[in-house]
Design a protein around this ligand. Structure first.
Ligand code: HEM
Length: 559
């Protein structure tokens, strides 16, 4: 008894000692790890950059705990506004993130041919987009960009006008059914955008009973929500943790839906190609293009720009100027399929699928958010809406309801300024990031960003930089009058990014936005029940309103 009692006493006293030893051991290891980290050049340089104080080991990771996307957005904006600094850092664990908001520093990254690699965060897109243009790197990115960018050449875009007009008419019929009641216009913009993309870039016609656009758009939005949660709930990032969550099985289902549409689209297009090839017919798109060129009321001169974006620096204008010839004047998927069948081009089915998924994602959610923000702003700013309508009256005085031509869109200068101003205040892609493999010495201050860190570039912050924008928070389309743009830094405004890795769909997006928005404004008066200050923004991969894009519409009476 006595012996047993003594043993159990000894065991009981041994246990706390063991746990205390383990605890002290871990603490000691973490302390050594912390001091070792602090001795690294990477961290030493990082520590010189202003930003919220990090905790040992975890850095600033705790800031994300318990916050939803709306709170996150508020927190990030508060940090930005309170810091008054153009350079800010945060640590996620030992990983250094540096946010830049001065155009001169941004140019060092976006304008460079060296810092082209996307940051680690984009890898979360991989199960969905594979190594499509958005995330690919090196030679693969370069050769695919060379192939894809010309498929959005102005001559191709012109041939899309009938599809834009047709889908705009379908949209108007849908909107007509919700006249007089408040509704979320994003739902309509999203479905329409997918349908238009399928028919233009992919060349696949929608059948009457087909609900693909809506289902696909919903799946894309749900996928974005999952990816976004994983971006800021950093403990969900590693796949070995994520795969055990409910979200992972939801992601599998969503990807099945998305990828099955992609495969269907590619198969249909490939079948068409083989039928055409067996009959030795020319490309459908080349034919459509010829018809459209004959059809245009007033075709633009060869060197006429699609819009006024002369102050965005990217490679798209070079593609326009150095005309790439007939061979490449095929719409996106036609070109990819023809390229895959041409000897010498190493383009596999998987690569086509990745690029189709990328274009469907990039081309859809961005434009849906952009058009919904424009309609929200027009709903708030009735005077601006009236000016847009006055411009449309000038253009369509001969026939208010006729289809919109490419030439008409070139005359929509005020509407263009409204779109650009909306994209300034509400950039659909609010932030982009790059991994830097070489040190970057900033030009605006004496700071060096060490190789290996991630650079965050926020359109949302830079587009309101007080040094570059007068009354930065005020909606004013005249910010984009040519004389105002002339002296502004190129990298003060980059809703489509800029430099060699800018958006390949920029011209496509602007053209489509003009046709859709002008069509809505010709038929309806748009009103927003909420004021701009009450918009609840949600930090997401694509910037959205958490409160929905609520508007009301009524028939426009034109005199
Ligand atoms: C308002 C509409 C749009 C906005 C605001 C927008 C914005 C952007 C931005 C900011 C990037 C750079 C992303 C990054 O570096 O992380 C980008 C890239 C890209 N966008 Fe867009 N985009 C729009 C519409 C479109 C459309 C309509 C398409 C295609 C039909 C498209 C296709 C792409 C592709 C393929 C890339 C990757 C380019 C590369 O890395 O070389 N986008 N877009």
């Amino acid at each position: 008894m006595t012996v047993l009692g003594a043993e159990s006493f000894n065991n009981a006293s041994f246990m706390p000692n063991m746990w205390a030893t383990i605890f002290i051991g871990i603490l000691l290891m973490l302390t050594i790890y912390h001091f070792w980290l602090q001795s690294l050049r990477y961290i030493k340089l990082g520590n010189k950059i202003p930003g919220p104080a990090p905790w040992p080991i975890v850095g600033n990771m705790l800031m994300a705990i318990g916050r939803n996307p709306i709170d996150m957005m508020k927190m990030v904006l508060d940090i930005y506004h309170n810091s008054k600094s153009d350079v800010l850092k945060v640590y996620l664990g030992p990983k250094l993130y540096v946010a830049l908001s001065n155009p001169q520093d941004i140019e060092l990254i976006l304008g460079s041919h060296v810092h082209l690699e996307k940051s680690w965060e984009y890898e979360l897109f991989e199960p969905w987009l594979g190594e499509g243009l958005l995330i690919s790197k090196g030679e693969k990115w370069r050769t695919h960009r060379k192939m894809i960018a010309p498929t959005f050449h102005s001559s191709i875009l012109k041939s899309f006008m009938p599809v834009f007009n047709k889908n705009a008419r379908v949209l108007l019929q849908q909107l007509d059914k919700v006249k007089g009641q408040e509704f979320d216009v994003h739902d309509y913009m999203s479905g329409t955008t997918v349908d238009i993309l399928l028919e233009t870039a992919m060349g696949v016609k929608k059948t009457e009973e087909d609900n693909t656009g809506f289902e696909y758009a919903k799946a894309v939005m749900d996928m974005c929500n999952i990816l976004h949660l994983r971006h800021y709930k950093v403990w969900l990032r590693p796949s070995f943790i994520f795969k055990w969550t409910k979200m992972a099985s939801e992601q599998t289902k969503l990807l099945q839906l998305i990828h099955s549409l992609t495969r269907k689209v590619i198969k249909r297009k490939k079948d068409d190609y083989f039928v055409r090839a067996s009959k030795q017919e020319s490309s459908l798109y080349k034919d459509a293009l010829k018809e459209e060129m004959l059809d245009l009321n007033a075709p633009a001169k060869p060197n006429e720009r699609t819009e006024n974006y002369k102050y965005i620096r990217d490679d798209l204008e070079d593609i326009e100027d150095n005309d790439v010839g007939e061979k490449k004047r095929l719409a996106f998927l036609d070109f990819m399929i023809e390229a895959s069948q041409t000897s010498g081009t190493k383009l596999t089915d998987e690569e086509i699928k990745e690029e189709v998924d990328t274009i469907m994602f990039e081309g859809h959610d961005t434009t849906a958010a952009g058009s919904s923000f424009v309609l929200s702003m027009l709903g708030v700013h009735q005077d601006v809406q009236e000016k847009c309508v006055a411009e449309l009256k000038e253009i369509f005085q001969d026939d208010w309801t006729r289809p919109i031509t490419f030439f008409d869109t070139l005359q929509m200068k005020y509407l263009e300024r409204v779109i650009m101003e909306t994209l300034r205040l509400y950039p659909p892609v609010p932030i982009i990031s790059r991994k830097i493999n070489e040190d970057v010495q900033l030009v605006t201050c004496d700071l060096t960003i060490p190789a290996g860190s991630t650079i965050l570039i926020s359109q949302f912050a830079t587009h309101k930089h007080p040094k570059y924008w007068e009354n930065p928070d005020v909606f004013n389309p005249d910010n984009f009058l040519p004389e105002k743009c002339q002296d502004r830094h190129y990298y003060a405004y980059f809703p489509f990014s800029a430099g060699p890795r800018s958006c390949v769909g920029r011209k496509y997006a602007m053209l489509k936005l003009k046709v859709i928005l002008a069509s809505v404004l010709r038929q309806f008066v748009v009103t927003s029940l909420k004021q701009e200050k009450d918009f609840m923004l949600q930090a997401d991969i694509i910037l959205k309103r958490a409160d929905g894009f609520g508007i009301t519409i009524k028939d426009r009476v034109v005199n």
